[in-house]
Design a protein around this ligand. Structure first.
Ligand code: HEC
Ligand code: HEC
Length: 252
C-alpha cells in the first residue's frame, strides 16, 4: 500500500466484503499473518483480544481496515504493508466474525454453574462479577469476569479452569522480587519502569519497590495462583461453570 494519499483514504467509507470466498481468503490471511499474536480464535495472546463486540481501537470498519493496514505505531501491532487493499478488507471481515461468535453454545447449565461459582468453586474470593443481587462484588486477585463471556471462547474458558497456567492473559505475570535485605515479595506485576517495579501480592497489597534495593526479580509467564479445578469439580460441573461464564456478556 502506498503511503501517500492516506488523507483521502481516511474519509473513504469502507465496506467489508460478506461473500464466503472473501471470508475464507480472510481466514487464510489471518492464520498466516495474525494468529501468532491474536490467537487462532482471535481471543488474544501477545496481541489484543479481537473477540469482542466492540474493538476499542477499531470501532468502525474504516478504522479496522486502517489499523490492519498501518498498524498501531509504538506498539507490537505491525502494519500489513504486504497486503492489497482488498486483502485488508477480507482480513477485516474475518476479524469481525470473532466478535459475533462469542455466544457459542456451551454444553452445561448456567444456573447450576452460577451456584458452583458462588458456592463450592469459591471463585468470588478472587474474581469480580455481578453477585446474585446484581451488584459488582468479589476479590481482586484475579481478573474481573463480569463480561468474560464477550471476551473469551468456550475453549479458552474451559482451559482457564482446568489448566490455569496454559495461556495466561497478557497482563498477568507472576513475579517474585528478592530484596537485598532478605525477604521476598511474590505476586502479580502491575507495572515496571527503569527504577521501580510495582507488585501486588496475592493478599491484595500493592508494593512499590525501588529497584536499587532489589537483589533479583524472577518472572514466570506460566505460573498462575489460580488452582486447577480439574480435580475439584466433575466434568459436568466444569461444563456448568463454563456455561455460566459464557452468560456473562457485555450489554449490546
Ligand atoms: C507481532 C504481534 C502482532 C501481529 C503479527 C498482529 N498484531 Fe494486531 N495487535 C498486536 C498488539 C500488541 C495489539 C495491541 C496494541 C495496543 O493497543 O497496545 C494489536 C492490536 C490490534 C487491533 C486493535 C484491537 C483493539 O483493541 O481495538 C486489531 C484490530 C488488530 N491488532 C488486528 C490484527 C490483524 C488483522 C493482524 C494480521 C494482519 C494483526 N493484528 C497482526 C499485535 C500483533
Ligand atoms: C486463588 C484465587 C483464584 C480463585 C479461587 C479462582 N481464580 Fe480464576 N484466576 C485467578 C487469577 C490470578 C487469574 C489470572 C491468571 C490466570 O489466567 O491464570 C485467573 C484467571 C481466570 C480466568 C481467565 C481470565 C481471562 O481473561 O482469560 C477465568 C475464566 C477464571 N479465572 C475463572 C475462575 C472461576 C470460574 C473460578 C472458580 C471455579 C476461579 N477462577 C477461581 C485467581 C483465582
Amino acid at each position: 500500500m502506498a503511503v501517500h494519499g492516506q488523507d483521502e483514504k481516511k474519509k473513504e467509507e469502507v465496506v467489508l466484503p460478506t461473500a464466503s470466498e472473501d471470508l475464507e481468503r480472510g481466514k487464510k490471511l489471518y492464520d498466516g499473518s495474525c494468529q501468532l499474536c491474536h490467537g487462532p480464535l482471535g481471543d488474544g495472546g501477545k496481541g489484543a483480544n479481537l473477540a469482542q463486540a466492540k474493538l476499542p481501537r477499531a470501532q468502525t470498519d474504516g478504522d479496522l481496515a486502517r489499523v490492519i493496514e498501518i498498524g498501531i505505531p509504538g506498539t507490537e501491532m505491525p502494519g500489513a504493508w504486504h497486503m492489497t487493499r482488498r486483502e485488508v478488507t477480507q482480513v477485516a471481515a474475518y476479524v469481525r466474525t470473532f466478535g459475533k461468535t462469542t455466544r457459542e453454545a456451551a454444553p452445561g447449565d448456567a444456573g447450576r454453574g452460577r451456584s458452583l461459582y458462588f458456592g463450592k468453586g469459591g471463585c468470588q474470593g478472587c474474581h469480580t462479577t455481578k453477585n446474585p443481587e446484581g451488584v459488582l462484588a468479589g476479590g481482586l486477585m484475579g481478573p474481573d469476569l463480569s463480561v468474560i463471556g464477550s471476551r473469551r471462547s468456550v475453549a479458552h474458558l474451559r482451559e482457564a479452569l482446568v489448566d490455569p497456567g496454559a495461556s495466561l492473559p497478557d497482563y498477568f505475570m507472576d513475579t517474585t522480587v528478592s530484596m537485598k535485605s532478605g525477604g521476598k515479595i511474590n505476586g502479580r506485576r502491575l507495572n515496571e519502569e527503569t527504577f521501580t517495579i510495582v507488585v501486588q501480592d496475592y493478599g491484595g497489597k500493592v508494593h512499590v519497590i525501588d529497584k536499587t534495593n532489589v537483589a533479583e526479580v524472577v518472572k514466570d509467564r506460566k505460573k498462575s495462583p489460580m488452582p486447577s479445578y480439574g480435580g475439584k469439580l466433575s466434568a459436568s460441573e466444569i461444563d456448568d461453570v463454563v456455561s455460566f461464564l459464557v452468560s456473562l456478556q457485555e450489554a449490546r
